[in-house]
Design a protein around this ligand. Structure first.
Ligand code: SAH
Length: 339
């Protein structure tokens, strides 16, 4: 097992299982995430004998950065995992701090037509330590602290529920990387049963839903997941989620030229989300070489935005990051693998 994949609670159980006091878990967390030591020997307040036991049970391997591309406000990292699979993470510099977009799976099975990541079917889920590792390695590389995390890289996080939840607990832990829950965003294509499970977890994280369409016909075409979990059920699930968690949900809507970017689409979107505590984040599509979709023209984006505003919907247009270095969604990985 990898030590970076354990929540403090799980590490406490480990120490109890070897007859040690559970506060050792807090000490180890401080070594790993505050002092950032890389070996067991450096954990000097842990007895030699316990260090030895830990060494036998745990690995300290972290994914390796094998490529880094730097733009003004964006950096893209390609990681190699222990089994030589590749994933990517993107660092974005905002005026309020640094955020990282992490991957949650190698490949993805959701099959969204516009998305580069899905061209590679899921090979496997990432382990929590591989998600923690993306953050630790980037922080080590830039010698700066990351203030927010978005789980919007390759993969569907709710299709890797347990590992993603552990990852969130580890980075959120005050003795861990200590990123506030409100600075953590999980984005999903809308796996209804898992959204319900998330609602029970009591985490104060942000939830973002990749909606991308204003009706089922359109959404079925763009996102096969809609056939299993259609819009009406998804929106009802979100209403309940908002009611139970008392948190505002983000609706993500990629604007694709002549596909979902008409004024009618904007009005229809306004109608289906009216009255919900949500805000719409309009995403200018990041074009890829492999897929036929085009980015909406500036005037269509503006018109879509204005229409939602007129309908009294909270809306923003996402700032574009890293289009020069093809940071969007699986493009770095697919370059590396030549697919
Ligand atoms: N599977 C999750 C998280 C990963 S995708 C989800 O579906 O939300 C993260 C976001 O990027 C999603 O909203 C996805 O639809 C969007 N996305 C995918 N390809 C994109 C592209 N080429 N340009 C802009 N956004 C894209």
């Amino acid at each position: 097992m990898n030590l970076y994949g354990l929540t403090r609670e799980k590490l406490e159980s480990y120490f109890e299982s070897i007859g040690e006091k559970k506060f050792k878990a807090t000490q180890v967390f401080e070594w790993l995430y505050q002092k950032r030591v890389l070996t067991f020997e450096n954990m000097t307040n842990i007895k030699k004998e316990v260090q030895e036991k830990m060494k036998q049970s745990f690995s300290l391997f972290l994914p390796n950065i094998i490529n880094r591309e730097v733009d003004i406000d964006t950096e893209k990292y390609l990681f190699e995992l222990q089994d030589k699979e590749h994933i990517e993470a993107v660092l974005m510099r905002h005026d309020y701090g640094l955020s990282v977009c992490v991957s949650s799976q190698v490949g993805c099975n959701m099959g969204c037509r516009f998305c580069e990541s899905g061209r590679l079917k899921k090979v496997r889920n990432l382990f929590s330590y591989e998600m923690v590792g993306q953050i630790l390695k980037i922080e080590a590389e830039i010698q700066e602290r990351i203030s927010s995390v978005v789980i919007m890289g390759i993969g569907e996080p709710l299709d890797n529920f347990e590992q993603v939840m552990d990852f969130i607990k580890i980075i959120n832990d005050a003795k861990g990387i200590s990123i506030g829950a409100r600075h953590i965003t999980l984005s999903t294509c809308g796996l209804i049963p898992k959204i319900r499970e998330l609602q029970q977890c009591g985490l104060q994280i942000n939830l973002a839903i990749s909606l991308h369409a204003s009706n089922d016909v359109l959404r079925n075409q763009l996102m096969p997941v809609n056939k299993a979990y259609p819009l009406k059920e998804l929106l009802n699930t979100l209403k309940e989620y908002i009611h139970v968690t008392n948190r505002r949900v983000t609706i993500e809507y990629i604007l694709l030229q002549n596909v979902n970017d008409s004024v009618e689409n904007a009005r229809e979107l306004a109608t289906i989300i009216r009255g919900m505590n949500v805000y719409v984040n309009l995403i200018p599509y990041n074009e890829t070489n492999h897929l036929e979709f085009k980015k909406s023209e500036k005037k269509s984006i503006d018109l879509f935005y204005d229409t939602l505003k007129k309908e009294k919907i909270n809306v923003t247009v996402r700032r574009e990051f890293g289009s020069k270095i093809s940071a969007a969604c699986g493009q770095l990985r697919s370059k590396k693998e030549n697919i």
